[in-house]
Design a protein around this ligand. Structure first.
Ligand SMILES: C[S@@+](CC[C@H](N)C(=O)[O-])C[C@H]1O[C@@H](n2cnc3c(N)ncnc32)[C@H](O)[C@@H]1O
Ligand SMILES: *[C@@H]1O[C@H](CO)[C@@H](O)[C@H](O)[C@H]1NC(C)=O
Ligand SMILES: *[C@@H]1O[C@H](CO)[C@@H](O)[C@H](O)[C@H]1NC(C)=O
Length: 530
C-alpha cells in the first residue's frame, strides 16, 4: 500500500535527474560532434520539457537553423536596417533604461549605477538551455531585454502587442529572430543586439549568441562571431579615458580580428571626423556582421579585408577580384595611425581533438597563445606611420609570462623596420598561475591535467589579462647605449610594465572599474611624454 507513493516520489526525482543528464549530454554532443548529432537529443529534451523556451534549445531543434543563421548581415536593405534601429530607439534601448528596469526595480541601486557607468550590459547572462525563463514581458523594453540580451523566446502575439508588427517582421527580415519551427507562436532570437554607451552616444552592435547559448564554434556554414566580452570593450574604454581621441580624416585605423566590429565602432564613435577604417578578419561571417553594424550606426562602410593574418596575403572582401590576394603590407599601406586588436589569445592544447574543438577562431591563439600577437607586432613594425610619433599598436589580450620573458618575445617580433620601439604593458597586480588557469579553462578533471601539461610544455607559468600599447621610439630618444643591463642593450622594444593594483572595483578589464581606467590613463599620459 505504501509502496506506490514512494515509487512515484522516486520516479519524479529520477525524471528530473535524467532530464538534467540529457541536457548536459546534448550540450556535450553539440559542442564536440555538431548540430546533426545533437538534434535527436534536443528533440527528446523538448518532448520531455515542452516549456523550455531558451533560444539555446529552440535553435538546437530547428531544422532550418543553418539557413536562418545565414540571414544576418545579408537580409534586408539599408532602409530596413536603419528603420530597425529607429524602432529600437523608440523603445528607449540603452544601458540606463535597462539597468533601471533590471536592477533599480529590485532595489539594487549599486548594481544599477555600476551598469549605467559600464561600457556594455555585460552583467546580463544569457540563459543556458533549460534554464527557467523570467516571467513574460509586460513592456517593449522588457521584451527586448529577454529577446536580444537574455536569449529567451517570447510568444509572437506578445511581441506584436509590445513591439508592433513592423518590428517583428524586421526581426525576421534582418535575421535577428525567427518564428520557431516547432511552435508557430514562438519567436526565437538568433543573435544578440547590444546597446553600448560610448562617451555620450549609444552604438548598436549585433553579434552571435554567447557560447553558453550556441555551444558551438560554428553557426550555419561559418565560424561563430565573438560575443561582446569585457575584452571587447576594455581597450577603447581605457584608452579613450584620456578624452576623445583626436582622430581626423587623414588618419588610418585598422582593426585586426574585428569580429562584430565592436572595437572599430567604439573608436570612431568617439572620434570627430570621418576616418579611413579597415576591418580585418579570417571569418566571412564576422565581416558581414561588421558591415551590418556600421550600417546600423550610420557610419560609412569600412574597407573589409578577408584573410589569415598569420599568412602573408589577404583579399578585399566581396569585391570583383577577391580571388586576387595581396600582401597585407600593400592592403594596409605604410602610414597607419592606429592598429587596434583583440586577438584570439588562448594557448590551446590544439593537439587534443576534444579540447581544440571547443575553441574556434575567436579564441584560439595557437599552441603558445601568441601566434596572432606575433603577427600583429611584425606587421606593426612595417605599417605604422614613421612620420607620426603617436602612431600606435593597441592590443587587449591575455599575456603569457608578463613578469618573465614577455619583453624578449616582443623584441624578437618587432622586426626593427624603422628602428626601435617602446611599449607600455599593463597587467593585473596578481597574475594567474598556470595551475589556476588550467582549472578555469578545462571542462573536466582529465582536461585540467592536459591543460597543465600543455602550459608547462610551452613554458607558460603565469598569465594575466592586460593592455599593450606600442609605438616607435622617437629619434631623439634612441639612446639605448646608456642602459646598464646588457640584456636590455639588445632589446628592440623597451617595455615599461605597470601593474594595475587590485581594488574593490575589480581587475583591469572589469567594465565598471573606474580605478583601473584612471590607472591606465595616468600610465598612458606618462608613456606619451616619453
Ligand atoms: C577575440 S576575437 C575579437 C573580436 C572583436 N574584435 C572583439 O573585440 O569582440 C578575435 C577575432 O580574430 C579573428 N581571427 C582569428 N584568427 C585570425 C587570423 N589568423 N587572421 C585574421 N583574423 C583572425 C576571429 O575570427 C575573431 O573575430
Ligand atoms: C535612454 O532612453 C531614455 C528613454 O528613451 C532617455 O530618456 C535617456 O535619455 C536615454 N539615455 C541615454 C544615455 O541616452
Ligand atoms: C578617477 O579619476 C576621476 C577624475 O580624476 C576621479 O574623480 C575619481 O575619483 C577617480 N576614481 C577612482 C576610483 O580612482
Amino acid at each position: 500500500m505504501v509502496i506506490l507513493p514512494i515509487l512515484l516520489f522516486f520516479g519524479s526525482i529520477w525524471n528530473s535527474f535524467s532530464l538534467q543528464t540529457l541536457y548536459s549530454e546534448a550540450r556535450q554532443v553539440r559542442t564536440l560532434q555538431g548540430h546533426e548529432k545533437a538534434l535527436p537529443l534536443y528533440q527528446e529534451i523538448l518532448a520531455q520539457n515542452p516549456n523550455d523556451v531558451t533560444a539555446a534549445t529552440r535553435i538546437a531543434v530547428d531544422l532550418q537553423n543553418a539557413e536562418r543563421h545565414n540571414v544576418i548581415g545579408r537580409g534586408g536593405n539599408r532602409f530596413q536596417r536603419l528603420r530597425f534601429i529607429q524602432l529600437l530607439e523608440s523603445f528607449g534601448w540603452n544601458c540606463t533604461t535597462i539597468a533601471d528596469l533590471v536592477f533599480s526595480s529590485n532595489g539594487n541601486e549599486i548594481q544599477a549605477n555600476r551598469a549605467k557607468s559600464s561600457s556594455s550590459p555585460l552583467f546580463l547572462q544569457p540563459l543556458r538551455a533549460g534554464t527557467q525563463p523570467p516571467s513574460p514581458p509586460t513592456c517593449s523594453l522588457s521584451a527586448c531585454i529577454q529577446l536580444l540580451l537574455l536569449a529567451v523566446c517570447i510568444p509572437k502575439t506578445i511581441c506584436v502587442k509590445l513591439l508592433g508588427n513592423e518590428f517583428v517582421e524586421l526581426l525576421e527580415v534582418l535575421g535577428i529572430a525567427f518564428v520557431s519551427d516547432n511552435d508557430e507562436n514562438l519567436l526565437v532570437p538568433y543573435v544578440h543586439v547590444f546597446p553600448i554607451t560610448v562617451a555620450n552616444t549609444i552604438i548598436y552592435v549585433a553579434t552571435d549568441l554567447h557560447p553558453n547559448v550556441l555551444s558551438l564554434t560554428t553557426v550555419g556554414n561559418d565560424g561563430a562571431v565573438m560575443y561582446i566580452g569585457p575584452d571587447s570593450v576594455a581597450l577603447i574604454d581605457h584608452w579613450s579615458s584620456l578624452g576623445a581621441l583626436d582622430i581626423g580624416a587623414s588618419d588610418s585605423i585598422i582593426d585586426i580580428g574585428t569580429g562584430s566590429g565592436v572595437q572599430a565602432l567604439s573608436l570612431i564613435a568617439r572620434s570627430s571626423g570621418k576616418t579611413n577604417v579597415k576591418c580585418v578578419d579570417i571569418n566571412k561571417r564576422a565581416l558581414r556582421i561588421t558591415r551590418l553594424n556600421f550600417d546600423w550606426n550610420n557610419f560609412d562602410e569600412p574597407t573589409l579585408l578577408l584573410g589569415n593574418i598569420n599568412q602573408p596575403f589577404g583579399t578585399i572582401f566581396e569585391c570583383d577580384n577577391d580571388d586576387d590576394p595581396k600582401p597585407w603590407k600593400e592592403l594596409f599601406g605604410n602610414s597607419v595611425t592606429y592598429i587596434i586588436s583583440n586577438p584570439p589569445f588562448l594557448p590551446v592544447p590544439i593537439n587534443d581533438p576534444t579540447i581544440s574543438s571547443r575553441y574556434g577562431w575567436f579564441s584560439s591563439g595557437g599552441l603558445t597563445g601568441e601566434e596572432f600577437l606575433e603577427s600583429l607586432v611584425r606587421l606593426a613594425s612595417n605599417v605604422l606611420d614613421r612620420t607620426n610619433p603617436s602612431a600606435t599598436l593597441a592590443v587587449v589580450s591575455e599575456f603569457m609570462n608578463p613578469h618573465g620573458d614577455f619583453d624578449l618575445h616582443l623584441s624578437s617580433w618587432w622586426s626593427g623596420g624603422g628602428g626601435p620601439a617602446e611599449a607600455l604593458l599593463l597587467t593585473n597586480e596578481q597574475a594567474i598561475s598556470a595551475t589556476t588557469y588550467a582549472q578555469r579553462r578545462a571542462d573536466s578533471a582529465e582536461e585540467t591535467i592536459e591543460w597543465e601539461k600543455h602550459l608547462k610544455q610551452m613554458s607558460i607559468n603565469h598569465i594575466s589579462p592586460g593592455l599593450l600599447f606600442l609605438k616607435r621610439k622617437r629619434e631623439d630618444a634612441t639612446t639605448l647605449v646608456a642602459k646598464e643591463n646588457t640584456r636590455e642593450d639588445n632589446m628592440l622594444v623597451d617595455v615599461k610594465h605597470r601593474l594595475v593594483p587590485k581594488s574593490s572595483e575589480g581587475s583591469i578589464w572589469t567594465p565598471t572599474n573606474q580605478f583601473a581606467r584612471n590607472f591606465t590613463r595616468s600610465s598612458i599620459v606618462e608613456f606619451s611624454r616619453r
